[in-house]
Ligand binder design. Structure first.
Ligand code: ZN
Length: 228
């Protein structure tokens, strides 16, 4: 991808960060300073974003390292403001393999959330799950909640999310791959319409997600048709 820098590699997979990622860091710094926060809490804010994106990177490595077990290489993993992208050379054609590759990413976030939960339990810190935790909760508490959010969001049964692939793989175990993709894409587009409707009334951000899901579903359908 253009405008991205190499920041390291792990097990032979290159890790890159896109220049636009810096915008998020600047935005966090600006947000803290404009509220009159001191340097320490601003730095903690930046550290939180970096910790969250480290979880995203581990999620992508979950996909990449599982794919490698099936002999599929990953070109690189790029960090963007919207999340991470692992560029696999191809997706496994065996639905069982696709299922494991797709599940491996969210499984990493489940493991991280569980680890943090155990840590909070052992150190007997209060655990409370109210809505405002995401703003006022401790560093680890917020990181745990966001890992759970990542799992839920990624497991939505719609392309281009991991849940869309899980659904297609499960269908493809029983029926033909193209038909499985079509059904999964249609379910994804149904969800996109639902998101858009809810978004119009409650949260405009959902409309953007809806558009993204709609395009993802359409693209997956076309790609599979080209392949067969
Ligand atoms: Zn994923």
């Amino acid at each position: 991808m253009k405008w991205s820098w190499n920041i390291g590699s792990f097990r032979g997979i290159l890790l890159k960060v896109h220049t636009t990622f810096l915008l998020i860091i600047f935005w966090v710094i600006y947000n803290h300073l404009s509220k009159g926060d001191n340097i320490i809490s601003t730095l903690i804010g930046v550290a939180f974003v970096l910790a969250l994106f480290a979880c995203v990177v581990m999620h992508e490595f979950g996909h990449a390292l599982t794919a490698r077990r099936y002999g599929i290489k990953t070109r690189d993993i790029t960090l963007l403001p919207i999340g991470g992208i692992a560029r696999l050379e191809k997706m496994p054609e065996d639905p069982r393999q696709e299922l494991w590759v797709a599940l491996a990413g969210p499984a990493v976030n489940v493991a991280i959330a569980f680890l943090i939960y155990s840590l909070l339990k052992i150190t007997s810190q209060p655990l409370y799950f109210e809505e405002y935790d995401i703003i006022t909760g401790s560093f680890l508490m917020k990181l745990m909640v966001l890992n759970i959010v990542l799992v839920v969001f990624n497991m939505l049964p719609a392309f281009p999310m991991d849940g869309g692939r899980v659904l297609r793989a499960l269908l493809a175990l029983r029926i033909n791959y193209v038909r499985a993709t079509d059904i999964a894409a249609r379910i994804g587009q149904g969800m996109a319409i639902l998101f858009a409707l809810i978004g119009i009334f409650y949260n405009p951000f959902l409309v953007i997600i809806a558009l993204f899901v709609w395009l993802g579903a359409a693209q997956e359908s076309v790609m599979v048709r080209m392949k067969t």
